[in-house]
Design a protein around this ligand. Structure first.
Ligand SMILES: [Zn+2]
Length: 248
């Protein structure tokens, strides 16, 4: 181990200890400098912090892509990038507690997961994934991340088309494509992922030790999620993505 690596991992041990929910969650992944806690949204030690918070390599690649897009008159802005477990839990519980007023919990969960990830499983925990808008146009009223804002004569159409042509040169791929045969979350023209990193992060998310660590998390509705349900969720939703983002 060289000096730089040694310093980095020493710092990670300290940060990891500080952020641990409990000892069961501590599990070193095979990836250099990445821990289960990073992928669960509990530790931010893999992120680079500036005005935006992203995984280190994703951050560098995003800045390169952003400056190229600017040359073409598009201002790539991150509407949502890194999201912590705590934040995802808040989003989830707000929806869940609203829906269970009129639905049973199984139905509430299946409705939420058409668009929102189960806390602890979101690709936004990884710091490799971004929801993009174009900061150079007049923003539409209301929710920005809607399909209608990205297609036809819509404010973000030019950006979508630019991303379809150029994003992969910078390592970014659309996650939730329009492919009708794809399982999982609905089409999201705004959600891109930095493939060189997120492919290996996904590989770890699909492993049993990650799933065991996830099982120690707590949030409303979790008691309904059986092992069988979660295995199906990880297969259909976690792996229900653009094939170019699947681990080899
Ligand atoms: Zn997203």
């Amino acid at each position: 181990m060289n000096r730089k690596k040694f310093i980095k991992s020493s710092v990670l041990v300290a940060v990891g200890t500080h952020f641990s929910l409990n000892s069961k969650l501590v599990g070193l992944l095979e990836l250099e400098n990445i821990k289960t806690e990073n992928l669960l949204g509990i530790s931010q030690s893999h992120l680079k912090s500036d005005t935006i918070l992203l995984e280190e390599d994703t951050y560098e690649a995003f800045l390169k892509m952003k400056s190229k897009a600017l040359e073409d008159g598009i201002d790539l802005k991150i509407a949502s990038g890194y999201r912590s477990f705590k934040h995802q839990k808040a989003i989830w519980e707000r929806k869940f507690n609203q829906l269970i007023k009129t639905n049973n919990s199984t139905k509430a969960i299946s409705q939420i997961i058409t668009y929102s990830s189960i806390p602890g499983t979101s690709r936004h925990h990884w710091g490799t994934d971004v929801d993009l808008i174009d900061g150079s146009v007049n923003l539409p009223d209301g929710d920005l991340l809607l399909e209608q804002n990205y297609h036809g004569y819509a404010p973000f159409s030019k950006m979508r088309s630019w991303m379809e042509d150029h994003a992969n040169k910078f390592g970014f791929e659309l996650v939730y494509t329009q492919n009708k045969n794809r399982s999982g979350f609905n089409y999201e023209p705004w959600h891109y992922s930095f493939a060189p990193k997120s492919r290996s992060f996904l590989k770890f998310q699909l492993r049993e030790n990650y799933k065991r660590a996830w099982d120690n998390l707590e949030f409303d509705g979790k008691s309904e999620m059986t092992k069988k349900f979660m295995d199906t969720y990880f297969n259909n939703y976690g792996a229900g993505i653009n094939p170019s983002l699947m681990p080899s």
